[in-house]
Write a protein that binds this ligand. Structure first.
Ligand code: BG6
Length: 505
């Protein structure tokens, strides 16, 4: 586990008084840690409205959550009451989780607000009030739900308000906009916070299903021996979204699909699929293995990328009528190490596509087929696949050819499927942000990304970012520009599925 450094990590108290819960010994249902004042920057933004406010509301009152107070802050001028109304209406309208009346009542009294314009002293005073209610042992958790460009200013405010001691800070993605800005942001952060206080969030790693990849690979003897170039033909990480811009033009225009989704979520998930077995389920071991994958990732070349923009994007409110921002991206990545040499990884994501899905599909090499006659059906439905669905149901499917019942030898594509819903523990599922906020409250870095990892990814992204291919138009409701088929040939995209996931009967 990580131990606090003597450099005053997490504040100016003597190091020996800083109690870190052990990430390896604590389970999600362990006893709650010290009370926490959560300071939410960007409290009226899209992420807060959709995920963070309802997530915090859901955590309040769970027996493994510390006692919390939430102080929202943003450019909007509001008081506590107005913020409560805003939070209630946002959760009802767009929140990923709805709160019961009892949950809301418990949460409402924890909510406070101070506008950014009131300055650092007003923020400090508001935090002091919450601390007085929670007790001397209360910690601070600053959630920077702000665009990369706004982050340095928030850090300055925290320093000016003396809100650094006993504080942790969650940094939203994308972390920087390229290698140079990420290095600068890290340097700036380190002037104020020790690395042990910093939590760079990538919410895909908080998804149950992403963690299930680790369980699947490293808790079973069956799969790891075939998890390499000898048995695996190619891998797809496919995250099409039906969603459009949703009034996020100010964020999306300078960001685009590559920085919004690939350099963050898709590459992070790829690392879980591709990494070597870590020595332990603890932050350093996991980060080390993930970072090795990033170091082995070959630079992303423009010729391996298809960029797309949905028809009508340039007419969206807040979008430049000549915008070159990609709302779609598909690419071929290569990991140059012994395990993966020669195995292409195909990544795809985009807005306003035909379906919303989040799948990882591992295509195994085909069997020689020698004993099955032509016409038996062998090989007609592609290779055997192992498919992970990153949705909350955390589904896994293993497809294979099997005999069709009846006379003769006809082969059909069959599958064995699992869904977390079948475990009857559905109520225990924490939404990704909830899980990660709770981990950050408890000082557990296991599922967070590191400066080194992020910097490697920006470095490998440079060829693409310096010379991006022109964006190709695609029709909303399609699967992207036509060029995606050439990119993956001679293989084919798994989506749309020929057969849907089975529902439990
Ligand atoms: C966010 C991106 O990080 O992830 C969004 O900024 C995207 O553009 C979202 O829609 C997808 O996350 P999820 O959990 O809904 O799959």
């Amino acid at each position: 586990m990580t131990t606090p450094t003597s450099s005053g990590a997490e504040g100016s108290r003597p190091a020996q008084t800083i109690a870190y819960p052990s990430p390896t010994s604590r389970t999600r249902h362990g006893p709650p840690g010290d009370p926490v004042v959560v300071v939410l920057f960007g409290a009226t933004g899209d992420l807060a409205r959709r995920k963070l406010l309802c997530g915090l509301g859901h955590l309040v009152g769970l027996d493994f959550t510390p006692e919390i107070e939430v102080i929202g802050t943003s450019l909007e001028d509001m008081d506590d009451e107005e913020f409560r109304t805003f939070a209630r209406e946002s959760i009802a309208a767009v929140g990923a989780r709805k709160l019961s009346e009892a949950q809301w009542t418990a949460f409402e009294s924890c909510l406070h607000y101070v506008p950014t314009s009131a300055g650092p002293a007003a923020l400090a005073a508001k935090v002091a009030e919450s601390r007085a209610r929670l007790g001397d042992d209360a910690r601070l958790l600053h959630y920077l739900s702000v665009p990369p460009k706004a982050a340095p200013k928030v850090i300055d405010t925290l320093r000016a308000a003396a809100l650094v001691d006993r504080a942790r800070v969650i940094m939203e993605k994308p972390f920087g906009e390229d290698l140079e800005s990420a290095v600068a942001l890290n340097a700036e952060l380190h002037e104020t916070f020790d690395e042990s206080q910093i939590f760079r969030i990538d919410h895909f790693l908080g998804k149950e299903a992403a963690q299930n990849i680790l369980a699947f690979r490293f808790a079973n003897g069956l799969f790891e021996p075939i998890w390499n170039r000898n048995f695996i033909d190619h891998i797809q990480i496919d995250v099409p979204e039906k969603l459009g811009l949703d009034a996020r033009a100010a964020f999306y225009e300078p960001t685009g699909a590559y920085k919004d989704m690939v350099v963050t979520h898709l590459f992070q998930v790829m690392a879980f699929v591709a990494m070597e077995p870590p020595t332990a389920l603890e932050p350093r071991a996991i980060s080390e293995e993930k970072n090795k994958v990033f170091r082995s990732l070959e630079p992303v070349l423009p010729g391996d990328v298809v960029r797309g923009q949905y028809a009508g994007y340039r007419r969206e409110e807040g979008v430049d009528p000549e915008s070159d921002t990609e709302t779609f991206i598909a690419l071929r990545a290569h990991i140059d190490n012994w395990r993966w040499a020669g195995v292409p990884f195909y990544l795809r994501t985009g807005k306003r596509l035909a379906e919303g899905q989040r799948i990882i599909s591992i295509a195994f090499k085909e069997a020689p087929k020698s004993m099955f006659p032509a016409g038996s059906g062998i090989g007609t439905e592609g290779p055997d696949h192992l498919t992970f669905d990153l949705a909350d149901e955390s589904r896994v499917s293993l497809s294979f050819y099997g005999k069709r019942p009846g006379p003769g030898m006809r082969l059909d594509k069959l599958s064995m499927q699992f869904s977390a819903v079948e475990t009857e523990r559905t109520d225990d599922i924490l939404e990704a942000y909830e899980r990660l906020i709770l981990d950050a409250m408890n000082g557990d870095h296991t599922l967070f990304t590191t400066a080194e990892g992020i910097e490697s990814l920006w470095e490998r992204s440079a060829p693409l970012m310096e010379d991006p291919p022109t964006v190709k138009p695609y029709a909303p409701g399609s699967w992207g520009p036509n060029q995606i088929h050439q990119l993956i040939a001679p293989h084919a995209w798994r989506l749309p599925f020929e057969r849907n996931w089975r529902e439990k009967r």
